[in-house]
Design a protein around this ligand. Structure first.
Ligand SMILES: C[S@@+](CC[C@H](N)C(=O)[O-])C[C@H]1O[C@@H](n2cnc3c(N)ncnc32)[C@H](O)[C@@H]1O
Length: 197
């Protein structure tokens, strides 16, 4: 209940950044975890985890809490996440700025899972999200992004392969989960990936 109330309060004070009136459903969380290949024990980076619905489904699917990095702009949610997932690395900050810091740390991930309300942000933000996520991913591994929109949430790039799920009607509003992966052989991201820790 605390989570629902915090989320509703955030959606009233920052509607564009919060992007919904209520936390994601368990069904959407499970679809995100499946698309991320969350049973893989390697590191997962989550952007915009909010109250942690998707995070909890990543863990249910087999991800280890200590291998999760959660990046959340809203400090109320960041506190809530740190309480709820004490073993995870919770970073209270802006997704693109944190992505750049992680790149400089040379931290690599097996999946990037984003609940950011992308369609509320300009094209440039969405392109940067895609490019910066690809830089942080091991070769062939996915960036997973959901959207309520009919259109794909992120721009097309020739070096990136895109797949999507069917619309999840049980979520409110109904959502589609999109996955983005570097095309192996495209040359991009492979050099860093070989050195991935
Ligand atoms: C649609 S909500 C995520 C809901 C979440 N799946 C849940 O069930 O609670 C989007 C989240 O992205 C966060 N957010 C928005 N812009 C952000 C940014 N630039 N960097 C990091 N987090 C951001 C919001 O604060 C919000 O928690």
């Amino acid at each position: 209940m605390r989570r629902q109330v915090s989320f509703f309060a955030a959606s009233l004070s920052s509607p564009r950044r919060t992007g919904a009136l209520a936390p994601s459903s368990g069904m959407l969380g499970r679809a995100m975890a499946r698309a991320a290949g969350a049973s893989d024990p390697a590191k997962i980076l989550e952007f915009g985890p909010g109250t942690g619905t998707v995070t909890s489904k990543l863990i249910e699917a087999g991800a280890r809490e200590e291998n999760l990095t959660l990046v959340e702009l809203n400090p109320v949610f960041a506190h809530l996440l740190a309480d709820r997932f004490p073993l995870a690395r919770v970073i209270s900050g802006e997704a693109l700025a944190v992505a750049e810091a992680l790149r400089q740390e040379r931290t690599m991930f097996s999946s990037v899972v984003s609940s950011l309300p992308c369609m509320n942000f300009p094209h440039e933000f969405r392109e940067n999200l895609l490019v910066k996520s690809m830089e942080l991913l091991q070769p062939g591994r996915p960036l997973v992004q959901f959207t309520y929109s009919l259109a794909p949430p992120l721009p097309k790039l020739p070096t990136v392969r895109v797949t999507r799920t069917r619309r999840i009607w049980a979520n409110m509003p109904p959502a589609v989960v999109w996955s983005y992966r570097i095309r192996l052989g495209s040359g991009q991201g492979e050099e860093r990936g070989e050195n991935a820790g």
